[in-house]
Every structure is written in structure tokens, then in C-alpha cells.
Design a protein around this ligand. Sequence first.
Ligand code: NAD
Length: 330
Amino acid sequence: MGDIRTFGVVGSGIIGAGWAARALAAGLDVLAYDPESGAEHRLRKKIDQIWPVLERTGLFPDASRDRLTFCDSLEEVAVGSQFIQESAPERIDLKVKLHSQIDAAASKDTIIASSTSGLLPTEFQAQCVHPGRVIVGHPFNPVYLLPLVEVLGGERTSAGSLDAAVAFYQRIGMYPLRVRSEVPGFLSDRLQEALWREILHLVNDDVATPAELDAAIAYGPGLRWALWGACQIFHLAAQPGGMGQFLKHFDPALFPWTKLEPPQITEALAQKMHEGCETLAGDLSIDEMEQVRDDALIGIIESLQKRNLGAGKVFNDHQHRIRTAKEAKR
Ligand code: NAD
């Protein structure tokens, strides 16, 4: 794999725009393609909104919004990029077709990564002539702030491509988590799905509203998850025995509280969920909510940075890389 100078964005919606912003902040050139009318305007507007956040968290020397080029075709992105991140809608037929088109046009050394939330890379390789460079790099919204990216290969992915992808994601300030088995939903979305399923049941059964369920996370478990995740937090919850003692107290087989099957998404349930969230948002528009979220996330990250803990360590390491790059330029 050669040096990655140009990052290709295929699909510039919420996730694709986040990738474009992160890559520009890392001092890369970005080529983007999205067939929807007005996509270029929306992408540039989104990056303008995000840029002040990136200025706060750190820009590489030469990082510039002017280094974004919006292309007329998928092939233009594929030919001109050394790393391509596909972030099109979550439809297997579309993603298989896009992978085969990108594979046909891109140099065989170019890595093709998909942002898919849970589809499998082996399926994306089906129609590729060079499947060894096809991987999944699953990010989290907002991509320009949250460092986690889950990285996994399919049956025909080469170990070299996975290593190169991990190194590249680190270079742009991320925490690549290698997922060792090709399982649907990977790791994080499996966990999020379990929570999401219970939220839908509790609203469907009229046990709680979206506001009550958000309070049940935001004022309690959500605050502590940012430090260590669920396992270490539970380890602290039963002293002095730690996790071993905790499992004796809370064996889920003794308390079968949750339901494994999701509820049917009826019109009534969708309406209750949507109205509940609109009530929670109050007068804030989506853009305003994003600004509040980003500002608060930076506050949490800065607090973790002071302790070099969790995601704070990833930001400390990245900001060190930026300082070193700036000194090398002097
Ligand atoms: P989105 O709908 O916001 O963006 C998708 C974009 O793809 C749109 O702009 C659309 O015009 C474009 N598109 C449609 N057809 C295309 C084509 N043929 N070629 C190129 N672009 C095309 O969706 P999103 O939320 O950004 O999700 C994109 C991917 O990222 C999905 O696979 C999704 O599962 C995954 N993902 C989403 C989230 C999230 O929180 N939204 C998080 C992680 C991963």
C-alpha cells in the first residue's frame, strides 16, 4: 500500500460528510461523489458548520476545506483516491454494485472500506476482481469527533489491507477496533441494538416515554460508559469481589427482564417514538442540537484527556501527532 494522500468519499450524507471533514482536518485531499441533486452544496455547507469544531480539536498543517473536490462520477473518485470510504444507503444490492464499480475503476492497491452498520464484507467482495482490499470500517456519528471505527475483513480480505486500514485510521485520529469474527452488526451495534430493542418494547407497552427512557440513560449509566464501557463499570459495582461477585448477584437467568425479539414497528409505535423525540428536542432545530452535542462531547473528551483515559488518550495521541507534524514543517 502506498502513501495515502487522497481520501475518496462515496455517498456524502451524514456519515460521508463526517468522513470528509475528518480527512480534510488530517491534511488530506478529498474527492467526493454523491448522485443526489444538491449534494455538493449540502456537503460544503455541512463542512463549514463542522470546521470550527475541528479547529478546536486540532488541524494538521495544510488542512483546508479548499482541498475538497466534488466529482461528477464514481469512477473519478475511484481513480484519484488511495483510500475510498463508501457511505451509501444501507442496502445490500446497492453496496454490492458500488463495490464492483469502485473495484473495477480503482488501482488494485486502493483500499475500499464500507461504513456499513452491520452488513458483511464477504458479500461486498462477491463481484470484485480484487477482493483482498475490501474491508468494513464502521464509524460512529459524529464521525469527525468520535474516534471509534470497527475494522473487519471478509473471507477474501488480505491481512495486509486490514493492517494498512488500521494504520490509516490511526493516522486520522481514530481508535480502530479490530473485529475478529465477521458477525452481523459487529460489536457496538449489537450492544446498541439490545438497548434500542428494549426502548421500543417499553414505549410500545406504554411503560415509559422516550423522555423517561433518555433520562434513564443520560443521568446515570450513560455518564459512566464514556470512561470504560459496561464491563469495567460493573466490575466496580460489586465490592470487594468485582465482576465474579456481580454475576452471582445479577445472573440474568434469575432475572429474565428483557425480551429477545424486537416489537413490530407499527404506525402507532413509530408515531409515539417520533412525537416523544420531538417533545424532547423542544425548540431546538437538528442543526442546533448538533452544535449542543458537539460542544458537550468536546467537554467530555477534554475531561478524559486530563486523565489520559479512554477516548481522551486517543485525542492526546492525535494532538501530539499534529504538533510533531507542525514542528517538522518549520
Ligand atoms: P444518508 O442517507 O445520510 O447518506 C447516504 C448518501 O448516499 C446520500 O447522500 C445519498 O444521496 C447517497 N447515495 C445514494 N445512492 C448513491 C450511490 N449510488 N452512490 C453514491 N452515493 C449514493 O445515510 P448515512 O446515515 O450517512 O449512512 C451511510 C452509511 O453509513 C450506511 O451504510 C449506514 O448504515 C452507515 N452508518 C450510519 C450511521 C448513522 O448514525 N447514520 C452510523 C454508522 C454507519
